[in-house]
Design a protein around this ligand. Sequence first.
Ligand code: ATP
Ligand code: MG
Length: 559
Amino acid sequence: MTTSSPSPNSTPAPAAPERNMHFIRQIIADDLRTGKHGGTVTTRFPPEPNGYLHIGHAKAICLDFGMALENNGTCHLRMDDTNPVKEDIEYTESIKEDVRWLGFDWGEHFYHASDYFEQMYDLACDLIREGKAYVCELTSAQWTDYRGIPTQPGKESPWRNRTPAENLDLFQRMRAGEFPDGAKVLRAKIDMASPNLHMRDPVLYRILHAPHPHAGDKWCIYPMYDYAHPIEDAIEKITHSLCTLEFEVHRPLYDWVIQNCHLFPSRQIEFARLSLTYTVMSKRKLLELVQNNLVNGWDDPRLPTLSGLRRRGVPPAAIRDFCERVGITKYDSLTDVALLDHCIRDHLNRTAPRTMAVLDPLRVIIENPADLPPAITGTRNPEDPDAGERTIPISPELLIEREDFSENPPPKYFRLSPGATVRIRNAGFLTCTSTEKDANGNLTAVRATFTPMDAKLKVKATIHWVSAAHAKPVQVRLYDRLFTIPEPDADKDTDFKTHLNPHSLQTITAHVEPDLLNAQSGDTFQFERLGYFTADPDSQPNAPVFNRTTPLKDSWKPA
Ligand code: ATP
Ligand code: MG
């Protein structure tokens, strides 16, 4: 709160971004022009239900659903649940809720990869019959040796030339549960000399005696991602299968599966993942924070999870706008979290009603109460002509921010100080006449005279206030960045948790305009000069709890 201008809202927004013609829009436009896939666009968002979605997933969701929406196409929501061990139904429900909240609709197109297990199995049997897959019994120790390194060819497995009949029999017995975990795998027969390690006879199936959260206890062999994903895409006739750059080296295998299983020609296209400063995005690290109670659950407002952002009060439209501004490229980069904050302020500035709250109160005693107007009105939102006005109670004792008074003001301090005059928001002017102190010399109150607004005094600063007689105490949670450095997990030799910001949550009691007691969970307000605050689900009737969604300005400094 060092600013002196009245109600400094967000920094001016850059012009709304033109729809940026990124390379994926270009590919789709070209495909539509040439009539590929009969002019249809079908995409999918395929999360693995093993964690909560985060803002990185939002980038993928906005792209997958966005490309379909822009082209009258369809986007499927598919649980990519090929690994039974880490997956859970709890995650599936949270994923659906988050995608819906972001504003996207999959209609009837909700799928589970595990529903295709039977088809995947049949296709594997076909590959075996065609001599393109074999059951291998190398141990994991031998495996590394046989696979080789990129600059030298690998060695062929001694099991590579089994007959199709023998392979089929073994594979059927793998399915029947005759072998323990790890005893055998099914491998594609491709090229042990390929410079791409993923093409050196990759594993298609492994034995895993574990029940599946969706498929039940039907299976004890499970397909690998690289085999399963192209089949899932092809079954659903996905035209453009969009994924992050780390899958680029897997693309030859994706194409191999499509070709050799004679499937619908889905095309994989890779783009750069989103990385954001001052946070971590890996599911493993998020889980670590949650499980060690370093944050309060998956929806802690300090996390980059969509449920955390929602609880913090971030509007979904701000996230969509952010994703569009970040853009889609082919190179990895780091996005400044300040851009996200900017998008949040930009949206809330237009929609959030204004109110006044004092976080760290100092009493002001008005010496001429007879000059106070009976009531004061303030605009609910200067950005929204339809928002109307609110009545603000006033009384001879006000609360102002302690930081808005200085007994010995430094140069250029324009707020309240002995003898100085300041504008008080919506009401008029205060001129400080004296101070009151306790026996220890601590400031307990400021005395001031009031001048009504129409006096139009020339002053350089406006401060906010609440009426002491009317103000209501409410709990406010001041959230800050979760980490103290921009890239907490960049250094692989240091535990990212050592960079946690010990001051990332401060809980205080604020004094607010009495109307604010009616706030319902999810309602967002601009506390004038302070920032945007959203009522938390922990709110009770007449006892809201507020989360700071974002300060008004990007004034953050490491504590
Ligand atoms: P895991 O480490 O478990 O594989 P993941 O973050 O890749 O985690 P998925 O559930 O596989 O999680 O992700 C679903 C989709 O979201 C994938 O298509 C993935 O490429 C995309 N995605 C994940 N993280 C990001 C990110 N940071 N930026 C953009 N897209 C992402
Ligand atoms: Mg993944």
